[in-house]
Design a protein around this ligand. Structure first.
Ligand code: FES
Length: 102
């Protein structure tokens, strides 16, 4: 089986905002620039957010199952509450609100 030429690690590089693969989003009224194609949960984790909401008892919740089953990752997106961050892809201009003070 021919899988093509071997990649040359010397040509690898880290993407930067100038590569055009980034987009701007807002999280808790702060502007951020994140890679396009990420889920909201991945964007939050990448930016250092570990808790996305808190329960009625004040317990912090964040990414847990990562596949839409546990509902621990609920955030408000563009004014719509209780959206699963792990199932939602980031879009330019998206306004995300976590339920806690970070
Ligand atoms: S992390 Fe479980 S539903 Fe999103």
């Amino acid at each position: 089986m021919n899988s093509g030429p071997e990649p040359d690690p010397a040509e690898w590089r880290t993407l930067t905002p100038d590569d055009g693969m980034y987009l701007n989003i807002q999280i808790d009224r702060q502007e951020y620039r994140v890679l396009s194609g990420l889920s909201v949960a991945a964007a939050l984790i990448t930016l250092g957010f570990r808790a996305f909401r808190s329960t009625a008892q004040g317990k912090r919740r964040g990414l847990f199952c990562g596949m839409g089953s546990c509902y621990d990752c609920l955030v408000e997106i563009n004014g719509v509450p209780d959206q699963r961050a792990c199932l939602t892809r980031v879009e330019a201009g998206m306004r995300i609100r976590t339920g806690i003070d970070q």
